[in-house]
Design a protein around this ligand. Structure first.
Ligand code: NDP
Length: 246
């Protein structure tokens, strides 16, 4: 499905970072966009700027999520809302942070997909893009967050299988470090936050990730970009720590 001006895209987590950049990129392609998040004042500003339709939504609100398909026909769902909490150590994690991370990153994403799928299946046309992370695939010191994104990865793979022949595409995007408000939400201690945010590399900008999302949703209809990893040029994963050959 190359992008059509008649398409309606729903972007969750649209009030900042990657989500807001994706709204701008989709609106630049003349797609109708519903921009969803909790901070409605930010969405109102984005609506004035881009012409998107703001939707105040907590993705963990099951009733509000279930009602979406009654009120909107969604052709493209960008399941982007997410966060990292208890990134430092599971041993000292608050129970509430564990619940919030899994509920937002995994359970809500599944419910969002559940809400729009029947309409997509009926129309035999749709695209679900799920925001994962390099943390889904590479070992790191953030077990809770990594597990939540690994669940998204498996969900994407199995949904591709489940939806085979249905006309509905599923894509996973796995960004590395992106300069957003992610760590403002993730880390409470200002000193730790400063340390974590100071990577010393040129990080991705939200617009870089949005451009990759556009590449996925604008692909010709016979193409399904199942997974796309995008990282800063200076960020690498893996390598041996115990032996080198040269
Ligand atoms: P931001 O903190 O800038 O954006 C997060 C967005 O998620 C906000 O718009 C926020 O909106 C929304 N959100 C959080 N919780 C809820 C909720 N319960 N209901 C509705 N919306 C919610 O961070 P990013 O742009 O970086 O994060 C976007 C996605 O990208 C996340 O899934 C994150 O895990 C992923 N990611 C980020 C990376 C990075 O390095 N930054 C790397 C890889 C993946 P509001 O608070 O207004 O509701």
């Amino acid at each position: 499905m190359s992008l059509q001006p008649t398409d309606t895209a729903l972007v969750t987590g649209a009030s900042s970072g990657i989500g807001a950049a994706t709204v701008r990129a989709l609106r630049a392609r003349n797609v109708n966009v519903i921009a969803a998040a909790r901070r409605i004042e930010r969405l109102a500003a984005l609506a004035s700027e881009t012409g998107c339709v703001p939707l105040e939504l907590d993705v963990r609100d099951r009733d509000a999520v279930a009602a979406i398909e009654h009120n909107h026909q969604v052709d493209i769902l960008i399941n982007n809302a997410g966060l990292g909490r208890a990134m430092g150590s599971l041993a000292t994690a608050d129970i509430a942070d564990i619940e919030r991370t899994i509920d937002t990153n995994v359970t809500a994403l599944i419910h969002m997909t559940r809400a729009v799928l029947p309409g997509m299946l009926e129309r035999r046309r749709g695209h679900v893009v799920n925001m994962s992370s390099t943390a889904a695939m590479h070992a790191g010191p953030t077990a809770l967050y990594g597990a939540s994104k690994a669940a998204v990865h498996k969900f994407c793979r199995d949904m591709r299988n489940e939806l085979s022949g249905s006309g509905v595409r599923v894509s996973e995007i796995n960004p590395g470090r992106v300069a957003t408000e992610f760590y403002d939400v993730a880390v409470d201690d200002p000193e730790v936050r400063e340390r974590v945010q100071n990577t010393g590399i040129t990080e991705l900008q939200p617009e870089d990730v949005a451009a990759s999302i556009i590449h996925m949703v604008d692909a010709p209809w016979h193409v399904n970009i199942s997974q796309l990893e995008i990282v800063p040029q200076e960020q690498i994963y893996g390598g041996y720590h115990f032996a080198v050959l040269s």
